[in-house]
Ligand binder design. Structure first.
Ligand SMILES: C[S@@+](CC[C@H](N)C(=O)[O-])C[C@H]1O[C@@H](n2cnc3c(N)ncnc32)[C@H](O)[C@@H]1O
Length: 257
């Protein structure tokens, strides 16, 4: 019993230390979706933030944030009358939870904008997902979506990568595509891979974690340098084939086709 208590006290201390460290890191370089240049996710954030901000600024009425997690973009839609978040995992910001593959807890034709940011790679049945988007949108309602194309694996449910033609195939049959845009190029793709590798290596073991905390200023400096150089390298990439994410803006046709 005594050793159980010691173990749980140690893990509570470790959790408290982690929370403090994360708060310190955020104070230095910001937090999603307001990251500063020294943040390791500055490049990947900038692949998606400007498009989302522009699309959401125009979103009036009811917004459905699918895979909402902490609803990071809820403040970006000043004209929205409601921001409703659903997810397959519960959380303080989640309004309704549903099972993967099940119908969403949202009425037919009741939503003006569906937001689906960084979610599609986690969805096992993409056709069912698209059918749900079409079902819940009002005629003339819009889908705003982003998905990763070149990125490292992030967690157990990280099933796919979706290319630009893949996004067109996925949404083009049921919705009218207004924009399908790629973001990033070879410089930022390599930059994101390098920085995500560095940060993943830091959290890989207890020793690397402790070392990573000591080397925090160096990590922030490396991130700031890569985040500055990578966009310059992007400008030299004329291939159009090495991109980080795809952004989609699409509309549900006003009349059934
Ligand atoms: C990378 S996070 C993105 C969170 C948020 N949209 C953002 O942009 O910061 C992916 C989210 O998708 C959710 N998710 C996973 N599988 C899902 C599914 N089948 N349908 C809807 N959301 C799902 C996860 O629980 C998680 O909150």
């Amino acid at each position: 019993v005594a050793s159980d208590q010691t173990t749980s006290r140690r893990s509570a201390l470790a959790r408290a230390a982690l929370t403090r460290y994360q708060a310190f890191y955020s104070a230095l370089v910001g937090t999603h979706p307001h990251v500063r240049r020294g943040h390791f996710q500055w490049l990947s954030g900038n692949w998606v933030y400007p498009d989302l901000r522009r699309a959401l600024e125009a979103a009036g009425g009811r917004v459905l944030d699918v895979g909402c997690a902490g609803k990071p973009y809820a403040g970006w839609a000043p004209r929205a009358t409601e921001w409703y978040g659903i997810d397959v995992y519960d959380g303080p910001e989640v309004d309704a939870v549903f099972e993967t593959g099940e119908s969403w807890p949202v009425a037919d034709a009741s939503v003006d904008t569906v937001l689906c940011a960084a979610v599609l790679v986690h969805v096992a049945d993409l056709d069912q997902f698209v059918a749900e988007v079409e079902r819940v949108l009002v005629p003339g309602g819009r889908l705003v979506a982003t998905a990763a194309f070149m990125h490292n694996e992030v967690k157990m449910t990280d099933y796919w990568r979706i290319s630009r033609p893949g996004m067109i195939r996925l949404f083009g049959e049921r919705l009218e595509l207004q924009e399908v845009t790629t973001r990033g190029a070879i410089g930022s793709v390599l930059g994101v891979m390098a920085l995500n590798w560095m940060e993943s290596s830091v959290v890989a073991t207890k020793t690397s974690y402790a070392l990573g905390i000591l080397l925090l200023p160096v990590r922030i400096l490396i991130a700031a340098v890569i985040n500055t150089v990578a966009p310059l390298v992007d400008r030299a990439d004329r291939t159009g084939a090495f991109y980080g994410t795809v952004f989609v803006l699409a509309e549900k046709p006003a009349a059934a086709r």
